[in-house]
Design a protein around this ligand. Sequence first.
Ligand code: ZN
Length: 78
Amino acid sequence: MAKESKPTPHNTEKQVPNNVIPLHSSKCNAEGCKAKPSRASFCEEHYTWFKEGLITLQGDKAKDFDKKYHAFMRRKSA
Ligand SMILES: [Zn+2]
């Protein structure tokens, strides 16, 4: 009769270090982007950029941004 309370599985998705990001940001972290953030303070597009290493968590471009961006676009269209 005793019903076990199982913890809800919420760790199945890949963990994003979002505990260091202020929660009050109302727009995407990427420079010049005014889109609403949907993941980790980035909009969908820039979140992908962040994952690809194109921009940092602060929204700054990587040193070799152009190179990475071209590689990313090539992969995307492949
Ligand atoms: Zn954005």
